[in-house]
Design a protein. Sequence first.
Length: 530
Amino acid sequence: MPTLQIDGQTVTVEDGLNLIQAAERLGIEIPHYCYHPGLSIAGNCRMCLIEIEKSPKLQIACNTRVGEGMVVHTQNARVKHARAAVLEFLLINHPIDCPICDQAGECKLQDYYMDYDRQESRFALEDKVRKHKARDIGPLIMLDQERCILCTRCTRFLDEVTGTGELGVFQRGDHCSIDLFPERRLDNHYSGNVADICPVGALTNKDFRFRARVWYLDHTPSICTSCATGCNIDIHHRRGEVFRFRPRHNPEVNQYWMCDEGRLSYKRVQGEGRLLQPVVRDGAGWAVRGWPEARTEVVSKLRDALATHGAGAIAGIVSAHATNEEIFLFERLLRDAVGGSLSGLAWSPPDALSDTFLIDADKNPNAAGLRLLTSGAQSVEDLVQQARDGALRVLLLLRADLEPPFGSAILDALGEEIGCVVVLDTHFSSTAEIADVLLPIATFAESDGTFVNRANRVQRVRQAIAPPAQVRAGWQVLSELLADVQGFSVPVDASAVFTEIAAAHTGFRHLSYARLGEQGSPLDQPATAT
């Protein structure tokens, strides 16, 4: 492990790191455009020039490995002059459209100009080279060639990560530009990543363009719930509205990337179809109830079924879209409080999109957690058959839409055979249509909790926005139902529920919210497929 000196500070780092990475360990920024830690090194922007003592020329930090005894300067007059020259060169033909550029606030040309340059241009505006602007090059991406600084991050991503190679560098000199190869479109399952890694406004996301200025958005670390991979993301939101998901670095899960399907899934956490208040069946229609009245209705049905038909007349189905905290409390309610049956539902379409990189055919974010926390549960098929045979009087469904796996005919039969169907969910669905009580619960963006991904890694979701109207967190609703049925103590937050999970299940025994942090942690005991 070499020891070197950067700007008068001494640091010891692993062999093989470059000087940008080593400087980051000391909190020193070396500006760069073309370098990205998830891609090969191009070394073409020259923005990361630094001085190494005993070296006659300035060196690029991205492609210079640390060495024992190195003495590096990143802020002296020679380096500052070189950076200003590089920025002046990059800005010669850059358009003066910052006020309408949707990259404003995330543009490294803007940031670095203010930090390292601040000189007037020596080139007349009318002499700038004109290129194509606002070109639609794919379902998700817009290209503005005039803003491009030819860092080649996008072409390297498409060559090295997706292997699809839609973009290349064409022409020569100041007429060079990024463009599509003939008869191609930027239409792969990871195309949105090129907008994330573009350091300027050349590649922008059409879905996000002109919707919000980024400096107004808050960022909350979370997990994508579109499949079992559990890509780490940041939720970008403002005043209760989610504007976008962007990938967050986790070398154990998704590296720096995420798929377009997951990126656009932010639309599912809000909008039409949300359940906003508790309702109960009132003849052919619905009647709005407050939470205490709605819970009283559910508890009354449970107690009546117990008194008249016994515990065997009560059952519940929880899906793998529920958090570990919700599954644990639902299991306590069904098995401990009322002695009923429990089933877990982890269904995915048979033709679900998948690949060998990040997209998993399992479209459930918590199938592994469901298997671990509901071990010994009966199959959903058996429970559905019991319901059709008239053996069930009360059925509770937690985030479980039965229509896709079983069909509408079976759903209608369940509605006729079961005396009371209680649905706890986020959106109105075909299953909600047969419910006698609907309890609105929060999406993963509106509540705290944990999931276990396909690699048996426990990861946290965090509340980014407040639930709308009378919507409440799923763990909170289940805690209150437990308290109403048998006087169980109510956890004060999702972290307290997770503490109970860790005490009850060996796979979670060494974990806590604090230990999970933002990167997650593997289970002690992996959840094996059944």
